[in-house]
Design a protein around this ligand. Structure first.
Ligand code: ZN
Length: 135
């Protein structure tokens, strides 16, 4: 059974809260609000829509205050999402699906690069990676 830190709104496995380090946390209950993710304004709108479509209740909290967001521009504002512990697993699956799909192309490239590097064997010197001599 995961524990819950009501200081950080965080459900976690293990002995102490990974965020604040508190040791004496109680077990998570179904109606505990749990930190889910933090997203920029654009993604937070999309995530909110998908959570609603899946019938998952959530709470949004803007990380910057309204005044600061006005000064720095809306794009820099971040939104934190909290969901009830009973739906945390479902919500995490949605987040993973949404944001891994968005990163698909660059991740595939990275994997191919890793494969090539592995085939090249022991040559791990980054200086020689381009094949051109240093001038
Ligand atoms: Zn904590």
């Amino acid at each position: 059974m995961p524990l819950y830190c009501d200081n950080c709104f965080l459900a976690f496995e293990g002995e102490r809260c990974p965020s604040c380090g508190r040791k004496k946390c109680r077990e998570a209950k179904d109606d505990d609000l749990c930190y889910l993710t933090e997203q920029n304004v654009i993604w937070s709108g999309l995530l909110a829509d998908v959570l609603k479509q899946n019938g998952i209740e959530f709470v949004e909290r803007n990380v910057l205050g309204a005044g600061l967001a006005f000064k720095t521009g809306m794009m820099s504002e971040r939104v934190r999402f909290y969901v009830f512990f009973s739906r945390l697993g479902d919500a995490e699956t949605i987040v993973e699906g949404l944001f891994s799909a968005a990163d698909e192309a660059p991740e595939d490239e990275a994997l191919e690069d890793e494969d090539e590097a592995a085939e090249d064997g022991a040559d791990e010197d980054p200086e020689d990676a381009d094949g051109f001599p240093d001038i």
